[in-house]
Design a protein around this ligand. Structure first.
Ligand code: GLA
Length: 371
């Protein structure tokens, strides 16, 4: 086989944010928009990477796939090249390749465009070089993509996005337990319940690559809280431990992580019982916690959440890392367009740029075809 095309979806996180890197629980699902990568093997050691999202074509060699070599690469190239680097670190024998990338996902909207890109590259190239791609192997592939993102692209993210992009099932969310990264599909029959998830991209791109970013700061605060309690990760603390944290900020961050874990469990109970009103209430309390204890929201995210609920959503919250990006609202299908209009009107009244919306349902994980 000389070429393979893989399609890896973006995601929304139903609930469980800032829990993955803290050893907690999260419950994302894949959405239909995806990134496709076609990988072709070459007869030499050259690499060429082209993306429909950027004007330039990047050319290099297999020998450039080093942590020093990445310094000369444009930021966007570090994601696909990082996957090739991590694959070689994992022992893959790679030929030179041409990669052609095409993304339907908005960049920086908090819908995991980076993970979709990494996973599509990993799956396409993995197919080209005959790597096993069964669910167990995909688990390992997700870890390889996470390494590409954290170690090569420099974004200290937690691993949720890659796992759901590679392992999602239609009409299911994916429960991920980051104590051991085990996964379990959880039926999420929104369609049968006449519900949809309305995604609202506030248009203020969130930024994960930057030591000064809110995301990196929160991560560091959580690490300090865990260290103060003598734990490897703060998600392993018990609620009683919180009072042992002298620092108020650390205590608030830890309280979010522990309460968010409990909310993931409560959401699964409510989803399983078909109690969608309860799911909506839990989503909203997640937002309150992310806004207050975790300080990861923005006025635009808050406005989208409040307006959605006033206009008939069962619940809403920021989704993903926060500090910009998108919200999700759980909405009866027939109310979706009214909720959307209400949010547009509220943004216009506040003088904010018009947001963009997307109606999503839990979709399939990544797939691949060969030619
Ligand atoms: C981003 C990261 C994830 C996760 C979320 C917050 O999406 O990529 O790993 O940490 O933020 O839950």
């Amino acid at each position: 086989m000389t070429s393979a095309t893989a399609r890896a979806p973006g995601r929304v996180n139903l609930i469980g944010d800032h829990t993955d890197y803290n050893g907690g629980l999260c419950l994302p699902f894949a959405i239909a928009p995806a990134t496709s990568t076609t990988a072709r093997s070459r007869g030499d050691d050259r690499l060429r990477i082209r993306s429909t999202a950027f004007p330039e074509v990047w050319s290099g060699h297999l020998a450039d796939l080093t942590l020093e070599g990445r310094e000369a690469m444009p930021d966007w190239v570090r994601y696909p090249a990082g996957v090739l680097w991590a694959a070689r670190e994992d022992g893959w024998l790679l030929p030179g390749v041409d990669l052609v990338i095409d993304s339907e996902l908005p960049l920086g909207a908090g819908l995991s465009s980076s993970a979709a890109l990494e996973c599509s590259v990993a799956l396409a190239v993995g197919t080209l070089v005959d790597r096993p791609l069964d669910p167990g192997s995909r688990h390992r592939l997700a870890e390889l993509c996470r390494r590409a993102e954290t170690e090569f692209a420099g974004a200290p993210t937690g691993g949720m996005d890659q796992l759901v992009s590679l392992l999602a099932k239609p009409d299911h969310a994916l429960l991920i337990d980051f104590t051991d990264t085990s996964v379990r599909p959880v039926p999420l029959a929104l369609r049968e319940a006449g519900l949809v998830v309305l995604v609202t991209d506030t248009g203020s791109a969130h930024q994960l690559v930057d030591a000064e970013s809110g995301y990196a700061q929160r991560r560091a605060e959580c690490e300090r809280a865990a260290a103060a309690l003598g734990l490897p990760r703060i998600g392993l603390a018990w609620p009683d431990d919180l009072s042992r944290l002298d620092d108020d900020v650390q205590q608030a961050r830890a309280r979010h992580v522990l309460s968010e874990n409990a909310r993931v469990e409560d959401t699964i109970t409510a989803v399983t019982a078909g109690d969608w009103e309860a799911v909506g209430r839990i989503l909203l309390s997640s937002h309150v916690s992310l806004r207050g204890d975790f300080a990861a929201s923005t006025p635009a995210l808050d406005l989208a959440v409040e307006t959605a609920v006033e206009a008939g959503a069962l619940g809403a919250r920021l989704t993903g890392g926060g500090f910009g990006g998108s919200t999700i609202a759980l909405v009866p299908e027939e109310r979706a367009s009214a909720v959307q209009t209400a949010i547009d009107t509220a943004f216009a009244a506040a003088g904010d740029p018009a947001p963009t919306h997307l109606v999503v349902l839990p979709s399939a994980g990544a797939s691949v075809r060969t030619t």
